[in-house]
Design a protein around this ligand. Sequence first.
Ligand SMILES: Cc1cc2nc3c(=O)[nH]c(=O)nc-3n(C[C@H](O)[C@H](O)[C@H](O)COP(=O)(O)OP(=O)(O)OC[C@H]3O[C@@H](n4cnc5c(N)ncnc54)[C@H](O)[C@@H]3O)c2cc1C
Length: 287
Amino acid sequence: MIPGPFTYHRPRSLAEAVTLCAAHPDDGRALAGGHSLVPMMKLRLATPDHLIDLGAIAELRGVRREGGAWLIGATTTQAALIADAGLAAAIPILRETALQVADPQVRSCGTLGGNLANGDPGNDMPALMMCLGASYLLAGTNGEREVRAENFYQGAYVTALAPGEILTAVRIPEPPPGHGHAYEKLKRKIGDYATAAAAVVLTLAGGRIATCAIGLTNVAPTPLLAEDAALALIGQRPEPAVFAEAARRAEAIAEPTADGRGPADYRRRMAGVMVRRALARAAARAA
Ligand SMILES: Cc1cc2nc3c(=O)[nH]c(=O)nc-3n(C[C@H](O)[C@H](O)[C@H](O)COP(=O)(O)OP(=O)(O)OC[C@H]3O[C@@H](n4cnc5c(N)ncnc54)[C@H](O)[C@@H]3O)c2cc1C
């Protein structure tokens, strides 16, 4: 329960943090809210020699609109996302999902960037970012690059972050006005990770589904974009039989493992149930 020894760094600027992370690509770790990393350190599953705290870097925090997109700084907490009225009006599914992350105490410290960079398949935000077509801004000594959320996750806890690189912000294109949305999460109790969860964003035109994206949480080693399931909906009326076919296709790509939340087959079936519920709620909300 006691972490190994480490040197604590508190850089004041992104440039300073990038230099520190680059100096310790293998034995250093960025620290954001600490709600995933510190428990791992206490269990000695992570033993960094250098901890680079991003908390004092003002440029990594905050929410702003730029062009047709929203830029959210990596160290913006889930609580700050929930409290941002402009963001909630433009991308309501973000607030809906953030409210399902853990509990108020965790959300007051846990950051969006930490949730996305950790690569934990149980985290709720990555599948949502895929569903929203978001991309991640990464900074390292070789400069900046932007990686789409759907290309970022490579395996459980394995991401496209290069050693020493920092996630600085997330760019989310604003969904069109009148879009429908829903995040459905099955969990055993408040504060639990998902048994299975689904994010849906869709638009209707002339009573038919015009666009749709579906993301799945915690039913595979990485978050999943259920593209084939979404394809089945395009041009269709939002009806239960159509949702059932999409759910069937979503279940087909799920690869959950058995854990305390249930056997693999149950969790796969629950992924389908979450997709059906999210589609029905999103369609009912769409103008
Ligand atoms: C009791 C409990 C319940 C929880 N339940 C849920 C839940 O239901 N859903 C959910 O989604 N999450 C849940 N979490 C996880 C929580 O949301 C974490 O806070 C979050 O996943 C990590 O964010 P953090 O800011 O705490 O990151 P940290 O713990 O500080 O960092 C996590 C990892 O990401 C890296 N990292 C952090 N920021 C950056 C960055 N900017 N650039 C590069 N690397 C970075 C760190 O080096 C570390 O490896 C729970 C946590 C707890 C303790």
